[in-house]
Design a protein. Sequence first.
Length: 151
Amino acid sequence: MTRPDGLYFDDLRVGDEFAFGPYAVSRDELLEFNARWDPLPIHIDDAAARARGLAGLTASGQYTLCVKQKLLHGAPWTDAVIGALGFDELRFPHPVYPGDRLGLRIACLQVRASRSKPDRGIVKFDFSLTNQDSVVVLRYLDTVMFARRHA
């Protein structure tokens, strides 16, 4: 489905699916991020995480979103994106641990041309980030503004 010059609003259809990854979560990267941006005990200390019923230290939700974003940059539509309009129903249903291998799946749920600007359209996606065991670690709906191919 990918075209050599990338995908634009006009190329996307409801039901289209895309997959990216995997991304290997390294303990050092996870600890560095967590220590700087979200130093909760469960994010920086194995014993503290185990005391809370976890298998060990876990990724911050923000780290998980950053991994998703890194994977998303492999999408064939990066040149067409005008901007994100919002996330809905954002959930982190399962922790991310060092050593996890994460993959991103995206399904196109809705496309509509802009009523006020004919050079663009709005796309709603279902995003799902899963670990190596196909367990969902991040899920949300993303609404994005795209450029049209022949604007």
